[in-house]
Design a protein around this ligand. Structure first.
Ligand SMILES: [Zn+2]
Length: 101
């Protein structure tokens, strides 16, 4: 098995729910702890703003456990978004350093 594939597999294993762990919510990811934790004020404001302009939004008072496949997909999306933003930040930092030197 090549190193890259091994790293991907270990990330997927990390993302898969552990039997003892609270499942993640289909609507709110890990943030709500399936309704045990209040959603952040910022999150609620964003949802209400999106609703006010007619965008589809998840319910704030309903918590549905993700399936294992949904959780893996969620982790992949978050990992991809973080990598995308990190690349943008790295490019911006390189540009700034180039201007300073
Ligand atoms: Zn939830």
């Amino acid at each position: 098995m090549n190193r890259r594939l091994g790293m991907r597999l270990s990330r997927l294993e990390e993302a898969a729910p552990k039997p003892s762990e609270t499942p993640w919510c289909r609507h709110h990811g890990p943030a709500c702890q399936m309704g045990a934790e209040p959603l952040s004020d910022l999150y609620v404001l964003i949802i209400e703003a999106k609703r006010s302009v007619g965008q589809p939004v998840p319910p704030l008072d309903e918590h549905v456990p993700m399936t294992a496949a949904e959780r893996i997909r969620y982790e992949q999306e978050v990992t991809g978004l973080i990598a995308e933003k990190k690349a943008e930040n790295d490019a911006a930092m390189a540009e700034l350093r180039g201007e300073v030197l």
